[in-house]
Design a binder for this molecule. Structure first.
Ligand code: FAD
Ligand code: NAD
Length: 471
């Protein structure tokens, strides 16, 4: 390792790929006294994804929901190396990761190969487009911070272009039609946020245009939000009806054009003109995960992600590669809740591993002494004691997920919640749930700084409304 890596040759090296929910949770819990820790991520920050749709309409400012990774690592006992780079290739035989600086500014060195003893793959997922024509070229996404900023800018561009003198009525209607594709929680929450922006701000800033802004949510399946209970799905659909969001279920997007979307429903195929299309079609594995999976063709057959065992070990690997969060395929949904619990679990497992490794070293050295030197009762007793401890440390508890419930914001200061309470499920929706949603999210934000910033943004919007300027 180079000069900046926290190298102590008596310790094993742990390389963590990613700085999202899974990786950040692991970094918070890991004991850096046990390992040389290196974090590799193209983003030098953690993104609080649940509030991303709020950024897309200017309720929350982008910087309020990110936290520098160094903010987490600088409080650790030993230095952690944060490398802003993309992991390009994992070599499970040589036990190395090749990383590349893919950012705008690059120095003379842009690629490094980092050796690892343990590797944690927590690179998340990218947006699934199913290779549908025009999605990558013409749609906006809702995955990264940059995506939310693009949506905000493009939406305001559509509104200002519609306000351009002499625009035809037909063109105004097209420009002011926003289509959100994907009735999962991302698409639903974004639709709710867009509705709020329209009803609370645009109505007063653009009174001549606001009544013509239309929101359509397109979902291929027969229902939106399949992970929520029927009661909450119905509540969401009826709230969207009141909010004049046109929910088109059973409607599949076939093609996206610069100025329209082609959909297929029961009544056939049609082209719907629109000014802005946001694609929230779900997750797909990243190239680095797929390439790694290809190195274990027998065990890694599921294209949905890295298959892991119940100790988060990558199936097929020799036990030195762990994977968690959205880049994996397991019985758990790809959610922040799962990824962060897996991160914390893995940090505890790695602590146990470090303890066991230290015991194994002591055991080997005592056994060597026992062989080479004259018998010693005290030493013998110690060897037996360590052997018992080692046996105990061999047993690693599997990961067990504790579901805290599902929450989603649906606009008009309303949220829905499916909460596992009293061995049953409490389904609740409405304004009280919205207050619960806000308090739950603010308490989950990683740092006090972010809590203050987000609370401040909410107050600012209540007092002064959202900013409609386009940078
Ligand atoms: P991520 O958090 O996506 O982190 C992946 C990390 O890997 C990132 O830091 C990325 O920069 C990095 N990376 C990418 N490529 C590479 C590479 N080649 N090398 C190294 N690093 C790389 N879940 C909930 O439970 N509740 C919610 O309310 C909720 N709301 C959401 C709202 C939105 C808009 C979205 C998009 C998702 C939401 N989710 C929510 C899902 C949740 O964000 C994900 O399940 C969670 O982010 C998964 O964590 P992760 O660590 O696996 O991946
Ligand atoms: P998702 O996979 O949940 O939903 C994507 C939707 O897009 C699917 O319902 C799919 O049928 C639809 N779709 C795909 N292709 C289509 C096409 N061509 N035409 C029409 N519809 C199409 O994706 P998501 O909403 O981004 O969520 C991803 C993960 O993140 C999920 O596990 C979700 O639970 C989690 N998440 C949770 C929250 C929350 O808890 N509040 C918020 C956002 C995301």
């Amino acid at each position: 390792p180079g000069a900046q890596l926290p190298f102590d040759e008596t310790k094993k090296t742990l390389v963590v790929l990613g700085s999202g929910w899974g990786a950040s949770s692991l970094l918070k819990t890991i004991d850096t006294e046990d390992y040389n820790v290196v974090v590799v991520s193209p983003k030098n920050y953690f993104l609080f994804t649940p509030l991303l749709p709020s950024v897309a309409v200017g309720t929350i400012s982008p910087r309020s929901i990110i936290q520098p990774t160094r903010h987490i690592t600088r409080h650790k006992k030993r230095v952690v190396s944060v490398v802003e780079a993309e992991a390009k290739e994992v070599d499970p035989v040589a036990k190395t990761v090749t990383v590349q600086d893919t950012s705008e500014i690059r120095g003379l060195v842009t690629e490094r190969t980092i050796p690892y003893d343990y590797l944690v793959v927590a690179v998340g997922a990218e947006v699934q487009t199913f290779g549908i024509e025009g999605v990558k070229e013409h749609a906006c996404f809702m995955k990264e911070l940059h995506d939310a900023e693009v949506v905000q800018r493009r939406f305001m561009d559509c509104v200002e272009t519609a306000a351009f003198p002499g625009q035809s009525q037909e063109e105004i209607d097209r420009l002011l039609h926003v289509v959100v594709v994907g009735g999962g929680p991302t698409g639903v929450e974004l639709s709710g946020e867009l509705h709020d922006f329209l009803s609370e701000d645009l109505r007063s800033w653009y009174p001549e245009l606001a009544s013509r802004i239309r929101l359509t949510l397109v979902e291929a399946l027969p229902s939106v939000l399949p992970m929520f209970s029927k009661q909450l799905i119905d509540y969401t659909v009826s709230t969207f009806k009141e909010e004049k969001i046109d929910v088109k279920t059973g409607t599949k997007v076939k093609k996206v054009k610069a100025d329209a979307v082609v959909v297929e429903a029961k009544d056939g195929e049609k082209e719907i003109p629109c000014g802005l299309l946001v694609w929230a079609g779900g997750n797909k594995g990243r190239k680095v995960s797929m390439d790694l999976m290809a190195k274990f063709p027998t065990e890694q057959k599921n294209p949905r992600g890295i298959s892991i065992d119940d100790h988060l070990r990558m199936k097929g690997s020799d036990g030195s590669i762990f994977a968690l969060g959205d880049c994996t395929f397991s019985q758990y949904a790809p959610t922040a809740q799962v990824a962060s619990q897996q991160g914390a679990y893995l940090a505890r497992v790695l602590k146990q591993k470090a303890k066991r490794d230290a015991l194994a070293v002591e055991f080997a050295s005592l056994q060597k002494e026992e062989l080479l030197q004259s018998p010693n009762a005290e030493r013998k007793e110690k060897i037996e004691k360590i052997a018992k401890q080692l046996e105990k440390q061999e047993k690693v508890r599997p990961f067990s997920y504790s579901h805290q419930g599902s929450l989603a914001y649906i606009g008009s200061d309303k949220a829905i919640a499916d909460l596992p309470i009293f061995n049953g499920n409490l389904a609740s929706g409405g304004v009280a749930t919205f207050l619960f949603w806000r308090s739950a999210y603010i308490s989950t934000l990683f740092s006090l700084r972010n809590r203050v910033l987000v609370a401040n943004d909410w107050i600012k919007v209540k007092l002064f409304g959202r900013d409609v300027s386009r940078d």
